[in-house]
Design a protein around this ligand. Structure first.
Ligand SMILES: Cc1cc2nc3c(=O)[nH]c(=O)nc-3n(C[C@H](O)[C@H](O)[C@H](O)COP(=O)(O)O)c2cc1C
Ligand code: SF4
Length: 453
């Protein structure tokens, strides 16, 4: 039985017949509002209210303008939480920047988007790049930064080119550069493309890479707010986080908060993939029931039942179907279910899926992407993959489940960056919820070897 919210959106969509990459199956979209797949340019963005927030801040709309403190206070009120994975409150992060620090300060946008299942940032860059640019300029103003960089995943080169085109437009229109719109605020913005390493999405590895070095995470502290790009105070946010900022300034922090739910303001774009009829990006308010999101994505593959969901990208622990159907899509509800909203990549698995095989693919990814700096991650991710592989190949040993748990436990909390935890958490969650599938494969292996003997 389809729920009412999904039914209403799908009926509207059917009536409009709009079938673009912005398929119309969004609820109260803010970032995707009025996009049609081709209206990414400056004139169209301005017609949608673009750069009005910047005008307001700089007092170029007849008003007095906003102070840096007022902008940060609005962000705090909005309850916008970082869309890159950890869900850290954006206003609070901006307030950590030492604004009085003399010399350069930087704002960096993380468009590395390498988390398996996530494909929203590239769509924002392709189809609404000016909202990211405006969001970054506002961030630069609020934190007293002189320049910004957008680090874009190397394998989405078209998105990088599109962002460069949009930057040219913004520069020509006077939204970037010296004394923006005749104010005393100056801000430069540059695009930089990486080469596709997942680890370069980790913020300090990204900074290393941006500086032209090997993309390996730094020890923390110091954190980027005090020692970031070129050793200067730096604030890093995800593409979708910056993209949300102009709407918040135009409509007010409270309006954004009210679209979502307490502590989880606004809308969120979910990349729904796997065993659904209509995979794609869906923008819905924070707190939307998972069941509604699933309906928008066309439901579970025809003829199949929902088995489990990875709700926030491959690093987030798997959640069994019955628990997931009780969840709403926000940081707090998913955390209560023992997982994380992460980057919002919702990977749907139906009842045909072999969970050992699913874990094999995940653990292959992490051992391949480990940068190798710390021993627990470098050695441990390899062990996890090899043990899951032998279980999958019917060569598992009775002690293997305990071994997987032990290796995962030896990685967690013992590494320089969160990739170690990201590799270990899915293993523990798969064993917790689907232990019987691992045991069945190991028992079958024992039977085969007994017969052979
Ligand atoms: C291994 C690893 C990969 C990451 N990849 C990304 C990424 O592709 N994009 C992103 O925005 N954040 C990524 N993050 C999180 C960033 O380190 C950082 O927390 C984020 O960019 C902060 O932005 P936010 O506060 O707007 O979420 C990754 C973290 C880790 C540990
Ligand atoms: S946890 Fe892994 S990816 Fe992160 S720094 Fe250590 S070895 Fe590199």
């Amino acid at each position: 039985m389809m729920n009412a919210a999904a039914q209403a959106v799908l009926a509207k969509f059917a009536a409009s017949g709009k079938e673009t990459c912005f398929h119309g199956r969004h609820i109260e979209p803010q970032i995707y509002a009025d996009l049609n797949g081709s209206n990414w340019g400056l004139k169209d963005y301005e017609a949608r209210g673009g750069y009005a927030a910047l005008r307001t801040i700089l007092g170029k709309d007849g008003g007095e303008g906003l102070t840096q403190d007022a902008v940060i206070a609005t962000l705090k009120e909005s309850a916008l939480r970082g869309r890159g994975g950890a869900g850290f409150p954006t206003g609070l992060k901006w307030s950590f920047m030492p604004r009085q620090f003399p010399g350069e300060k930087y704002v960096v946008c993380n468009s590395d988007e390498g988390e398996p299942g996530t494909c929203k940032d590239r769509e924002i860059l392709m189809h609404n790049p000016h909202t990211v640019i405006e969001g970054m300029i506002i961030a630069g103003f609020a934190m007293g930064a002189c320049a910004g960089y957008n680090y874009i995943h190397g394998e989405i080169f078209r998105a990088y080119e599109r962002f460069e085109e949009a930057l040219e437009e913004a520069r020509a229109a006077g939204y970037l550069g010296k004394n923006i719109m005749g104010s005393n605020f100056s801000f430069e913005l540059f695009a930089h493309h990486g080469f596709g390493a997942y680890i370069c999405g980790e913020e300090t590895a990204l900074l290393e890479s941006l500086e032209g070095k090997k993309g390996q995470p730094r020890f923390k502290p110091p954190f980027p707010a005090s020692f970031g790009l070129y050793g200067k105070p730096t604030t890093i946010n995800n593409t979708e986080t910056f993209a949300a900022v102009p709407w918040i300034i135009r409509n007010g922090g409270n309006a954004y908060l009210e679209v979502g739910k307490p502590n989880n303001g606004g809308t969120k774009i979910y990349s729904v993939s796997g065993d659904v009829n209509l995979p794609g990006n869906y923008e819905v308010p924070m707190g939307t029931p998972f069941s509604t999101l699933l309906e928008l994505a066309g439901g579970v593959r025809t003829g199949r039942k929902l088995k489990a969901v990875i709700p926030g990208g491959s690093s987030s622990p798997v959640v069994p179907a019955d628990m997931m159907m009780e969840c709403t899509m926000d940081y707090d509800s998913i955390a209560k279910a023992g997982s994380m909203l992460g980057s919002g990549a919702v990977i749907v698995m139906d009842d045909s899926r072999d969970m050992v095989e699913c874990l094999l693919r995940l653990s292959y990814f992490y051992q391949h992407e480990s940068c190798g700096q710390c021993t627990p991650c470098r050695e441990g991710t390899g062990w996890l993959w090899r043990v899951v592989k032998r279980i999958h190949e019917g060569k598992g040993r009775p002690e293997d489940i305990a071994l997987l748990d032990e290796v995962a436990g030896n990685i967690m909390g013992r590494t320089i960056c969160a990739l170690g935890d990201a590799a270990a958490m899915p293993v523990r969650a798969m064993i917790k919820h689907f232990r019987h599938e691992f045991e069945a494969k190991i028992a079958a292996a024992a039977q085969t070897s007994a017969v052979a003997a």
